[in-house]
Ligand binder design. Structure first.
Ligand SMILES: N[C@@H](CCC(=O)N[C@@H](CS)C(=O)NCC(=O)O)C(=O)O
Length: 229
């Protein structure tokens, strides 16, 4: 088996990678091995993981038959898979500047859109895992999310239907979507104030395999409802 992917379906960057693989008709067990790691249970800090991936973060890939190649970081993995397989529909190469525009988003993602997970998703996740803990301040989480979405809209959705002004989605959209979409998907609030963000989310939901790759998140939302969180 050529490719091993380490990750978890609730992880945003792992979902983005899994979504791309599914849309390229790559199936678990046939085209790649999926190794489930649970960061919340400390799996990414175990030596069995860090010996392979010193960054101690999933998603990560390993190609034992390809110079024993190992790579972490969701955006680097998306770029690598597209370049390796010539998936130019997801990572445009028609001109240098288009690809640079996608790279620009991917670089900015970690200090912008990723806040949706670090500042919003994580506290909600903790409240599900430790239901006896302090109540979540949903109004504060909504304020953070709306601010981040407004910034995303004015920076990336100004010039066209997809991130960076493209007419079709790229790996930048796959990477951004899992951050912004999870918040309404988890009932943290109903919708974004910014219409461009809502329209973009709706376009992305139409992509093949959307529901397949989000199934674990839907289950988590069902658990959150059951706990009254
Ligand atoms: N910059 C990384 C972030 C990856 C990341 O935050 N992974 C989480 C799971 S979603 C993780 O492995 N956390 C382990 C830990 O914090 O110990 C990427 O985009 O792939």
């Amino acid at each position: 088996m050529g490719l091993r992917l380490y990750g978890h379906w609730v992880s945003q960057p792992a979902r983005s990678v899994l979504w791309l693989l599914h849309m390229k008709d790559k199936a678990i067990g046939r085209d790649f091995d999926f190794h489930k790691v649970e960061p919340m249970k400390g799996d990414t800090r175990k030596s069995s993981f860090t010996d392979l991936f010193p960054t101690a973060r999933s998603p990560a890939i390993h190609e034992p038959d390809n110079n024993d190649f190992k790579l972490a970081e969701g955006s680097a993995i998306l770029q690598y898979l597209c370049e390796k397989n010539n998936w130019e529909d997801w990572y445009p190469s028609s001109d240098l500047q288009s690809r640079a525009r996608v790279n620009e988003y991917l670089s900015s993602h970690h200090t912008t859109s990723r806040r949706c997970t670090l500042k919003v998703f994580h506290p909600v996740m903790m409240s599900i895992m430790k239901p006896e803990g302090p109540a979540v301040d949903y109004a504060a989480l909504e304020a953070v999310s709306q601010k981040e979405a407004n910034r995303f809209s004015s920076t990336w959705l100004q010039n066209g239907p997809f991130v960076g002004g493209f007419e079709a989605p790229t790996i930048a959209d796959l990477f951004a979507y899992t951050e912004f979409a999870q918040i309404p998907q988890m009932d943290i609030f109903e919708k974004y104030d910014d219409d461009r963000v809502e329209e973009w989310l709706a376009r992305m939901r139409e992509l093949p395999h959307h529901d397949d790759v989000h199934r674990s998140l839907f289950k988590l939302t069902a658990l959150k409802r059951k706990l009254g969180k």
